[in-house]
Design a protein around this ligand. Sequence first.
Ligand SMILES: [Zn+2]
Length: 246
Amino acid sequence: MICEKCKTENVEDSKFCRECGAVLKQDTEAHIVRALLYRRRGGGSGLGNAFSELTSALKIEPKNAEANYHMGKLMYDNAFLEDAIEFYKRAIDAEPGWADAHFATGLAYYRLCRIDEAIDCLEKAIILNPEYITPCYYAGVAYYHKGAVDKAIARFEKVIQRDPKFAMVYYHLGRAYTKKNMIDKAIEALEKLVAISPADSDAFFHLGFSYWKKGEDEKAMWALQKAIDLNPEDESSKSILKQLIR
Ligand SMILES: [Zn+2]
C-alpha cells in the first residue's frame, strides 16, 4: 500500500513505510487519503488500488460521506453511472448539505439522459451553494436539452454574471437565443465567444449563421470564412458561404 507521506509503495498490510518509517494507518481517513493518491497516479493499477482502499474505508464505515462520494467519482470516471449515483446518494444521506455530492449526482443523471432528475440535483447544489457556478451551467444545458429554453437562458445569464470569461456558456447562450429567434442577443453572445476563443471554428460558424439569418451578409461571409480557415473541413460553413457568394 502507498505511503501517505513519501508515496512509496509498500507490501499490503505493512504497519510502517519501508522508506520513511511512517505508520501506515488503517482507519477510514487513511484509506481515503491513499485512495486519492492512487487515483491521481491513475492507470489500471492506480484505479484498482484506489478502489480497494475505498472498499476498505467503506468496510469500516459504510456510511462515511467522503468515502462514498469518492467511490462514486471512481465509478463515474469509469462510466459506471448507475453505481456512481448509488454511492453519491449514500454520501448525500450522510451529509445532506454537501453541494458537491448533489452536483456530482446531477452530472451522472445528465450523462444517463435522465434530465429531470439531473435538474433536481443540480438545482439543489445551486441552492446549497449559490456561488457555485458549474452546476448552474449544467442546469442550463439540461434545461436546454429538454426544451425549457427560457430557464436555460436564465441559468446561463447567471453564470455569465459570475464569470464573464466562461466561454462555453456563450456558445450555449447563443444557441438558446437562436432557438428563440432572438438573433441580436444570439449575435451578442457569439461575438463574446469568438473574442474569448478566437481559434474555435464552431463558434465562428454559429456567429456566421446568426449574421446570415439577420441579413448581415458581409459579416456572415467574414465569420464563415474564418470558420473555414480554422477548420478546412467545415462543410456547413462552406455551403452557407457558397449561397452568399452567389
Ligand atoms: Zn513513506
